[in-house]
Design a protein around this ligand. Structure first.
Ligand code: EPU
Length: 422
């Protein structure tokens, strides 16, 4: 198991490339199950979550090759049961459910267990698939979905008590591509990753309109064919490096970003007193640390609102920003594990009822800290960049789930970091 040593105090400058989106890649890889033809997917980040997904596809019978970020998948003969040993490692494995059900009429997937960022049910996924005619049963910790006579289009409202569901929308949209007739998903998630999946599915011959809005209309087709696709840039990786630049930078440039996907993150950084400039094409941005940063309030919300996946990193930035900041996570109200670790580094944070109240302190001090989930670990790395002394971040495997070569990218920008064996 690796840990990351961050020697605080280095100034970040220079330029790096942002990788392809982890959260777009996962359902897109799963969507290759919908056809027996070859699918070629580019800019898939080399992170453990995409590796898990590739292992699941292989275990289901797909032949998969991966080289330099491009994954070629061919799913001739398929099994219908996703192995528990692989599925339990990653919640996003749930998105093989829709494609397997649509192509094979049956899917057996383990019920995802607890998750450190909060309760993560799958009721909305099942509500959507049941509306398309699937029968749902539970047995031995598995969800068993069957549709022996095929799926039929339907109207589905996917609104839950915490808003729409991203992977739930993906699952129902994928299943509906091969259902008979028209499916209308109301209260759909509008995240760019859902649109990217829809673009891939349409390239495979699906008929999907409205992805990227709250209402998606899918006209079922009898089969899909192979396609080639390049995954969108990772807006959360970009946002994480933008926050690092605001915290410890002196002009950091990020290439291969998408300005339109970063509106809420950019606005939050500007509100906290930093400068963010884009080139005219909107695919390169430069962040300058502000001279007079100030605390600000943030509320996470479904896209185009401020993303929950950038809540921890912004909390780390605000921990040393003068003034009071109030940060509310409406999507995962329990996602504040990083705060306990930030407090061990000297941060002044009170968490209550899904809200963190942060009083900016002048500087944090290094401490051994424990990563608890992907974005929490990113927050600890950010906090360590300007902390006094050397911070050891244990359980680095959490960060390797979703950040491609983070230590190498930080080194390129001039940070003083070392990955060592724990
Ligand atoms: N929810 C339900 N019922 C469901 C599904 C979700 O009540 O059946 C609730 C959840 O408990 C949560 C809210 O709806 O309160 C939104 O969850 P959502 O289903 O959208 O989450 P997800 O699709 O499982 C994706 C990302 C997460 C990201 C969330 C929210 C992927 C692979 N994962 O998860 O990313 O936090 O959307 O934007 O796309 C991460 O990258 O660190 C990460 C956790």
């Amino acid at each position: 198991m690796d840990k990351l040593l961050v020697h605080g105090g280095a100034t970040l400058r220079g330029a790096i490339n942002i990788s392809g989106s982890k959260n777009a890649s996962l359902p897109i890889l799963a969507a290759a199950l919908l056809t027996a033809d070859d699918c070629i997917i580019g800019r898939v980040p080399d992170v453990s979550d995409t590796n898990y997904m590739i292992q699941i596809l292989s275990a289901l019978g797909a032949s998969v090759e991966r080289a330099s970020g491009t994954v070629r998948i061919s799913c001739g003969e398929l099994a219908v049961e996703a192995p528990y040993e692989l599925v339990r490692r990653m919640r996003a494995s749930i998105c093989v459910m829709g494609p397997l059900l649509a192509r094979k009429g049956r899917a057996v997937v383990s019920l995802p267990g607890g998750c450190v960022i909060g309760d993560r049910p799958v009721d909305l996924h099942l509500r959507g698939l049941e509306a398309l005619g699937a029968k749902v049963a539970f047995e031995g910790g598995n969800i068993i979905l069957t549709a022996p006579t095929g799926l039929r289009g339907a109207n589905v409202d996917l609104c839950g008590s915490h808003g729409p569901t991203v992977l739930g929308t993906d699952n129902v949209m994928m299943a509906a591509t091969l259902a008979e007739g028209l499916t209308i998903i109301e209260s759909a998630a509008a995240e760019p990753e859902v649109l990217d999946l829809a673009n891939f599915l349409n390239a495979m011959g699906a008929k999907i309109e409205g992805a990227g809005t709250r209402r998606i209309v899918i006209e079922g087709v009898s089969q899909l064919h192979g396609a080639q696709h390049t995954v969108i840039p990772d807006r959360i990786e970009a946002g994480t490096f933008m926050a690092a630049a605001a915290l410890a930078g002196e002009g950091v440039t990020l290439r291969r970003v998408c300005r339109d996907h970063l509106t809420a993150i950019t606005a939050a950084l500007v509100k906290a007193g930093h400068r963010v400039d884009y080139n005219p094409a909107g695919d390169v941005c430069t962040v300058h640390r502000g001279e007079d940063p100030q605390g600000c309030d943030l509320v996470t919300a479904p896209y185009p609102g401020y993303p929950t996946d950038m809540q921890a990193q912004m909390t780390a930035l605000l921990a040393t920003t003068p003034g009071l900041s109030v940060i509310k996570d409406t999507i995962f109200p329990q996602r504040f594990m990083h705060c306990a670790e930030l407090k061990r580094m000297g941060a002044d944070i009170t968490v209550d009822n899904g809200t963190a109240v942060v009083r900016g302190v002048a500087q944090l001090s290094a401490a051994p800290v424990m990563a608890s989930d992907l974005r929490a670990s990113a927050a600890l790395v950010l906090a360590a960049l300007t902390a006094k002394g050397t911070t050891a971040i244990h359980r680095l495997y959490h960060i390797d789930r979703g950040y491609e070569h983070i230590d190498e990218k930080l080194l390129l920008l001039g940070a003083d970091v070392e990955r060592v064996r724990d």
